[in-house]
Design a protein around this ligand. Structure first.
Ligand code: 13P
Ligand code: SF4
Length: 318
């Protein structure tokens, strides 16, 4: 458990201006994921999916990276930039999928499949990355699996839903770790079908972290960036979006005349389709992180080195 108790006195009223000033002073860059609240996306220097954010983190010339996303994303930025200051506005911003793969249990699982290589989805801890041969994201997973010789056994971790989807697309048998994301498993097939009946001309676009019964109804499946691009290029005027609704902010900005309908969660009266971890970040916490240069991402050097290799392989293969 992390403690982030800090004095919050003297918070400026114009947070956006204060953040811009601190950014200049520190030579900092703000990288944000599409699942951040709209106000955060609006102040970011770069918004992207996990692969684009990793590439940006690897190539930035800034001295400080403020990551408006979740812990594994900021950790990835640190692994790729060991000498830079990497800030995460709230260290509690974890990921249920990363948490669903504890390193000690995964090491046992890996040992049970000795002739397999490990391809891990980037939504995992640095310890899991260090136990992996190659990292992938939702936008390059199929491409990476397709590059592995057919006779080579592959463990895919931690997301069983993405793993099943990749196995189908690449026509490969994968040994799957049974992890999942609480947000993408919240969508119900029944409610999606009802929504489709109300909007018969809408395209259903979904993230591959969703369960199979939901994905079966999708007209297009892809990473957050791929969903955004599809919504821009497709002629239809209405889209049912089956992923975290934060992405709709960019979709709406790119296509102001189109209609974007967030797929509802299974439960009634909850915001369960919003990622509770992503939504921990706020403008105020971003300001405080830049002002106080904390919370920083830190990890032991050997772990950083071991986790960097599979990440660099991913960047080279995609
Ligand atoms: P993307 O790589 O598609 O942005 O996905 C990140 C994520 O956490 C999805 O839940
Ligand atoms: Fe993790 Fe799911 Fe949130 Fe993505 S949406 S960061 S996989 S908990």
């Amino acid at each position: 458990m992390f403690v982030t108790d800090r004095p919050t006195s003297n918070i400026p009223t114009d947070l956006v201006a204060a953040i811009q000033a601190l950014k200049q002073e520190l030579n900092a860059v703000i990288l944000a994921h599409y699942y951040q609240e709209a106000a955060i996306q609006d102040i970011a220097d770069f918004i992207g999916d996990s692969l684009e954010l990793s590439r940006r983190a690897a190539s930035t010339t800034a001295d400080v990276i403020l990551f408006a996303g979740v812990h594994f994303m900021a950790e990835t930025a640190k692994i790729l930039n060991p000498h830079k200051l990497v800030l995460l506005p709230d260290l509690e911003a974890g990921c249920s999928l990363a948490d669903s793969c504890p390193p000690d249990k995964f090491a046992v699982f890996k040992a049970q499949h000795p002739n397999h290589i490990v391809i891990s989805y980037i939504n995992c801890s640095a310890e899991i990355k260090a136990l992996s041969d190659i990292i992938c994201t939702s936008s390059n997973a199929v491409k990476i699996v397709q590059q592995i010789p057919a006779q080579q056994g592959i463990i895919f971790a931690p997301d069983r839903n993405l793993g099943r989807y990749v196995a189908q697309q690449a026509q490969r048998e994968l040994v799957l770790w049974q992890g999942s994301c609480i947000v993408h498993e919240t969508f119900s097939e029944k409610k999606l079908v009802q929504l489709k009946m109300q909007h018969p001309n809408a395209a259903v676009i979904a993230h591959p972290e969703c369960e199979e019964p939901v994905l079966r109804h999708a007209d297009f499946i892809g990473s957050t960036s791929a969903l955004l691009k599809f919504s821009q290029n497709d002629d239809r005027q209405s889209f049912i979006v089956v992923t975290e609704p934060g992405i709709i902010h960019q979709m709406q900005q790119a296509s102001p005349r189109k209609e974007f309908i967030p797929a509802p969660p299974d439960a009634n009266n909850c915001n369960c389709n919003e990622c509770p971890y992503m939504r921990l970040n706020t403008l105020e916490k971003i300001y405080l992180a830049l002002r106080d240069r904390t919370p920083q991402i830190q990890m032991p050097e050997p772990l950083q080195q071991a986790a960097r290799k599979p990440l660099e392989r991913m960047l080279a293969m995609s």
